[in-house]
Design a protein around this ligand. Structure first.
Ligand SMILES: [Zn+2]
Length: 213
């Protein structure tokens, strides 16, 4: 692990991923200790001039919901047209309280909100591409047009949306830093360890405040 690099306001942007009620304790797809990231993110965000938020935003009956597949249960893996896909409990349904950003986030000055997962048949982990790996969210173009070359990533969950986003950032030739203090993981069958390893191999900087650990 590295300490958190110094932020360059001209080239750096903080992307806060899916800090939504359904991913926090009490939510439909709660990440253990998920809401613990909120105060950490609020503090870290003060170092950045440029903030982007993302929101998982599914229509009712989304194809990634186990409830849309009779006989299937959440966390099973099934084959979709684009490859293996984990089935999830219904979560982050458009316009519901569960889909709302956590009320404790103090990020009103964020400049962009990217919504993902709204195509009925395609799930969405990365903030850059939907899970078919072909449908872009538009974030890469936005970042390039704004002149940002390094993305700092935090939010929920480390081993899914944060990791997939960081790996896509590297593929798209952005520098990527994951702020581990400001992430929490689902850790399904060792998925956290695998995600950290793959991110390291892809040149993602895994950073945390040394004082915090
Ligand atoms: Zn989702």
């Amino acid at each position: 692990m590295s300490t958190i690099p110094e932020v360059d306001p001209h080239r750096d942007v903080l992307v806060v991923i899916d800090v939504q009620n359904d991913f926090c304790p009490g939510g439909a797809l709660a990440v253990a200790d998920g809401d613990a990231v909120v105060p950490v993110i609020n503090t870290l965000a003060q170092r950045f001039e440029h903030l982007v938020l993302t929101q998982d935003w599914h229509p009712p009956g989304h194809h990634s919901f186990a409830g849309a597949h009779p006989g299937r249960t959440p966390f099973e893996t099934v084959e979709f047209a684009y490859g293996p896909q984990t089935l999830w409990p219904d979560h982050c349904v458009q316009g519901t309280p569960g889909a709302a950003l956590h009320a404790g986030l103090d990020l009103a000055r964020a400049q962009l909100l990217i919504r993902k997962g709204f195509r009925p048949d395609i799930d969405s982990y990365s903030v850059f591409y939907e899970n078919d790996r072909a449908s872009p969210t538009g974030l890469a173009g936005y970042l390039r047009e704004r002149g940002f070359s390094r993305v700092f990533l935090c939010g929920l969950a480390t081993d899914y949306c944060v990791a997939w986003s960081a790996l896509d950032a590297r593929r798209l030739h952005f520098d990527a830093v994951v702020l581990l203090d400001a992430c929490r993981a689902i850790d399904l069958d060792g998925s956290l360890g695998r995600a950290l390893q793959v991110m390291r191999e892809a040149g993602v900087v895994l950073a945390q405040d040394s004082e915090a650990h």
